[in-house]
Design a protein around this ligand. Structure first.
Ligand SMILES: N[C@@H](CCC[C@H](N)C(=O)O)C(=O)O
Length: 293
């Protein structure tokens, strides 16, 4: 089917613990992958676009695959990311609601398959993250003249984790940007988490996200990385509750090498976006119906 936009493209807006996403069902739109990055960088900016930390496209899985669907995930700046924990919880919920699969489903990301369980109420989603990679503890890094002990693990995307006494008082954007761009993490860069251990089952967390290039209200894979590292250092148990900067709760459970992330996945609205207003150039097939724009 050739897509004819009649000026607008339907979308869903969702949030997982305040990490917000525009989600597009690409089964009918059939937007080619080459155009997705530009769409993200036009749709995600707040005030000028729809506004979101990331853009997610849901598509049918390849014929014969065991997946219920596949996604394409883009950060607000248009960079593609291998995975997103909060986005994966939103995608699982919407994927189920759009008929891609049952409440227990599996979908494909660049980091590998994600198994998800959507609650009966649909508002809570638990995902099993991809196996953690490249764990490295206690690198002493020079950041703006101060020595910081930095831990690292990839929980689908790269995460640096630093431990502090009072995360509320930190300049997360300044420190986060410096670590994100630190030569130690080149060329991919990293997301950066700032955590405060409250007790064996409770962490306060703030995250600087790569691709948003700022602090977000929550980052699912960052919460997983932080709990995993704190557990590895003997600071917390295998079941951890994290309070995000948006004051939401995310739950992480660690079972041997498997990490689960659970939290709210909320569908906030459904809308139609105007391509021209967003500065998106319609593709060839869209020009056929330019009179409708
Ligand atoms: N917010 C996400 C992570 C999204 C990708 C990240 N910004 C990156 O580029 O690595 C999460 O909830 O995990």
């Amino acid at each position: 089917m050739t897509y004819c936009p009649s000026a607008t493209v339907p979308f869903y807006k969702m949030q997982g613990s305040g990490n917000d996403f525009v989600v597009i069902d690409n089964r009918t739109l059939k937007l080619p992958r080459e155009a997705m990055s530009e769409w993200a960088s036009k749709i995600c900016p707040r005030a000028f676009g729809v506004g979101a930390d990331g853009l997610i496209f849901l598509e049918n899985a390849p014929e014969g695959s065991e997946l219920d669907f596949v996604w394409h995930f883009y950060n607000a700046d248009g960079s593609r990311a291998e995975m997103c924990g909060n986005g994966s919880r939103c995608a699982a919920r919407l994927g189920h609601e759009l008929g891609f699969g049952s409440r227990t489903l599996v979908f494909g990301t660049d980091a590998g398959p994600i198994h998800a369980e959507v609650s009966e109420s649909l508002d809570i989603v638990k995902v099993e993250l991809t196996p953690p990679l490249d764990l490295a503890l206690n690198a002493e890094l020079d950041v703006d003249g101060q020595k910081i002990s930095v831990h690292f693990v990839n929980t689908g995307v790269p995460h640096a984790v630093t431990i502090w006494d009072d995360v509320a008082s930190l300049d997360v954007v300044k420190l986060g940007r410096a670590l994100r761009n630190h030569p130690h993490f080149a060329p991919a860069g990293t997301n950066v988490n700032f955590i405060e251990i409250k007790d064996k089952n409770h962490i306060l967390i703030r995250t600087y996200e790569r691709g948003v290039e700022g602090e977000t209200y929550a980052c699912g894979t960052g919460n997983a990385a932080s709990a995993l590292i704190a557990h590895e250092l003997g600071l917390v148990d295998a079941e951890v509750e994290l309070t995000t900067s948006g004051n939401e709760i995310l739950n992480i459970s660690i079972e041997k090498d498997t990490v689960f992330l659970q939290g709210k996945a909320i569908k906030t609205y459904k809308g139609e976006m105007y391509l021209e207003a967003l500065g998106i150039t319609p593709g060839e097939e869209m020009r056929q119906c330019a009179h409708e724009l």
